[in-house]
Write a protein that binds this ligand. Structure first.
Ligand code: ADP
Ligand code: MG
Length: 609
């Protein structure tokens, strides 16, 4: 007796639905994608009880005639591909011909559709996959699909649904994705018969982002600028350096208008941000990658959530470059913000703190010092005014003695019109400054890390980092695996100014260290560095490893918080910082400066509501 049976159509559709229709949000996704493919200019999504009791998608697209409408409910029926060649170059969102039959097999389903020129439309009612009614329907041109009682006949699935709130949130997420991918389409979301969101058609992604997230977010974003170099084209908006989130919730990536999840693209993004992103944080990004459909295989995931690139390395490179360029361009308008108020253009050293008898100004939260306007025309060789902090300075990343010329020549000269006004130092850590937008707080420690990091990187690329001979070379041994790591990275270490060489089995000799380091015990220092690097180096390229290493060592050896700075030192610090490629965050992605605008202050003081 034969034991193998062909599944009845309806059952086969229910099986397929298991893959395509996971939850109400998947229904919304499939229906909206169909509407977009149908050339709709306006799409309305209506949901009730998290989509569990009803989902309705209405569009003004091309509609279907009666035959097509019936056919659309058959499995593997699609108007979007016809041959294997088409499958290799998909330019529509759909192509599998499975969504409608799948959804119809697990719900009470109603389809009304009408072609723009047609006299009458068609209405089809389907119940758990069985077509029950087909008749003329008189709706407006376009298509309207209503899905009620999702999974009513698949109790197992129903059990997996989450709370109404969660399902609503999932739907909204899906809705946002589609709306972001298609600013040229007007979208509206209706929840429990009330309009929750209405997005007018627009020609710009910027406007769509604003309509979805508000203008404040735009302030944090930069438009991605990437040259057209053939291959993958990258566009969109992405967070300024230092702007990040704890989750991926605002990291949107689209490939040919399709929202996707891609490890390759996430990694590329992260790499583009590199030190502009804190460890464990995610960028805010609306990234669009457009490329020849033949270059990307979208037929790898039943819900079309993943894609495969023919040239992943090329796509990765395009993204890394685009992000890097964009972050650099953001630096220019950051500079703009540092034009001080007109009145501040005088150069005026800070008044000495009123400290009769000395030492009475050390309350830690006090703002030290007077005000000083700094412009790049100011000679840094000006008479050093009294210290801002308590006593002797130990502004120390480049040498204990501040009179000694710094080890590193200062970075490229800032623009002559770049002006800002230093007000003082808070808690011996934050430099307070005024610019035309309001108050700026600079984290000294983070600022130093950034400056030193960039200086080091430049030196490494050019002629090498200056190093200083130790009085006595030190010999030390390491556990075999660490020793192996050092052997592999000797060249990088030397390039960084660490004079290290192999000295017999698992032993090493250090005889010089970079001049900026202040370490008592070279071996101890190296052990710590190795420990840190072992955890980061696994997948990184040699260059990245070098940079990570710099970032890490710099972080720990840069000036300590609470070191009092003298006025010229602060001035130099700020000027060096503004000359950096990425001035707004430290090598670990923490912000170096925070702006508090006049508007924010006015709000806080109740001057404005
Ligand atoms: P696919 O989108 O993969 O082709 P579907 O099952 O989602 O498969 O849809 C089947 C077919 O029904 C589509 O190819 C399209 O021709 C037609 N169709 C579906 N939804 C709409 C719509 N909103 N407007 C016009 N045609 C539609
Ligand atoms: Mg479809």
């Amino acid at each position: 007796m034969s034991r193998i049976k062909l599944l009845p159509e309806t059952l086969a559709s229910q099986v397929a639905a298991g893959e395509v229709v996971e939850r109400p949000a998947s229904v919304v996704k499939e229906l909206v994608e169909n509407s977009i493919d149908a050339g709709a200019r306006a799409i309305e999504v209506g949901i009730q009880r998290g989509g569990m009791s009803r989902i309705r998608v209405v569009d003004d697209g091309c509609g279907m005639d009666r035959d097509d409408a019936l056919l659309s409910l058959e499995r593997h029926a699609t108007s979007k591909i016809a041959s294997a060649a088409d499958l290799a170059a998909i330019s529509t969102l759909g192509f599998r011909g499975e969504a409608l039959p799948s959804i119809a097999s697990v719900s009470r389903f109603r389809l009304t559709t009408r072609e723009p020129g047609a006299i009458a439309g068609t209405e089809i009612l389907v119940n758990g996959g069985r077509i029950e009614t087909v008749r003329d329907g008189g709706e407006a041109p376009g298509t309207q699909i209503e899905v009620r009682s999702l999974f009513y006949n698949v109790p197992a699935r129903r059990k997996f649904l989450r709370s109404e709130t969660t399902e609503t949130r999932n739907i909204e997420h899906q809705f946002f994705l589609q709306a972001l991918a298609h600013p040229e389409i007007g979208f509206s979301l209706v929840r429990e018969d009330k309009i929750a969101l209405q997005l007018p058609t627009t020609t710009s992604l910027r406007d769509r982002i604003r309509d979805l997230y508000g203008v404040e977010l735009l302030e944090d974003l930069l438009e991605i600028s990437a040259p057209d170099r053939g291959g993958a084209q990258v566009r969109g908006w992405t967070g300024r350096a230092g702007v990040s989130r704890q989750t991926r919730a605002q990291q949107f990536v689209f490939v040919n208008g399709r929202a996707i999840e891609s490890g390759i693209l996430s990694t590329a993004l992260r790499e583009g941000y590199h030190t502009a992103l804190m460890r464990g944080q995610f960028p805010v990004t609306f990234l669009f990658v457009d490329l020849d459909p033949r270059e990307v295989d979208v037929n790898v995931h039943p819900a079309k959530r993943e894609v495969r690139f023919r040239d992943p390395a090329g796509v990765r490179q395009a993204i890394v470059e685009a992000v890097q360029r964009t972050l650099e361009s953001g630096r220019v308008d950051w500079r703009e913000r540092f034009r001080a108020p007109a009145a501040a253009s005088r150069v005026e050293p800070p008044a000495p703190p009123a400290a009769p008898g000395g030492g009475t100004t050390s309350a830690s939260s006090q703002i030290a010092g007077g005000t000083a306007a700094v412009s790049s025309q100011t000679s840094s060789a000006a008479e050093p005014p009294p210290p801002l902090g308590k006593t002797a300075s130990s502004f120390e990343i480049m040498g204990r003695d501040s009179a000694r010329p710094s080890t590193f020549a200062s970075a490229p000269t800032p623009q002559p019109d770049q002006q800002f006004q230093i007000i003082g130092v808070l808690n011996r850590l934050y430099v307070l400054m005024e610019n035309s937008d309001g108050l700026v707080l600079v984290d000294q420690h983070a600022a130093h890390e950034r400056i030193l990091f960039e200086e080091l990187r430049r030196r490494m690329e050019e002629q090498g980092v200056p190093s200083q001979r130790m009085l006595l070379p030190q010999i030390f041994s390491l556990p075999p695996r660490d020793a192996e790591w050092v052997e592999r990275n000797v060249a990088t270490l030397q390039k960084m100014g660490i004079g290290i060489e192999n000295f017999g089995a698992n032993s090493f000799r250090v005889d010089s260290l970079p001049t900026f380091l202040e370490v008592a015990d070279a071996a101890e220092f190296l052990r710590k560095v190795i420990d840190e690097l072992k955890t980061t180096s696994r997948s990184s390229s040699p260059l990245r490893l070098g940079e990570d290493m710099i970032a890490k060592t710099v972080c720990r050896h840069a000036v300590k918080a609470n070191d009092p700075l003298r006025y010229p030192e602060i001035e130099k610090l700020i000027r060096d910082l503004l000359a950096c490629d990425l001035p707004y965050c430290c090598p670990h992605g923490r912000p170096t400066m925070i702006q508090i605008t006049h508007a924010e202050l006015e709000k806080k003081f109740g001057r404005k509501v």
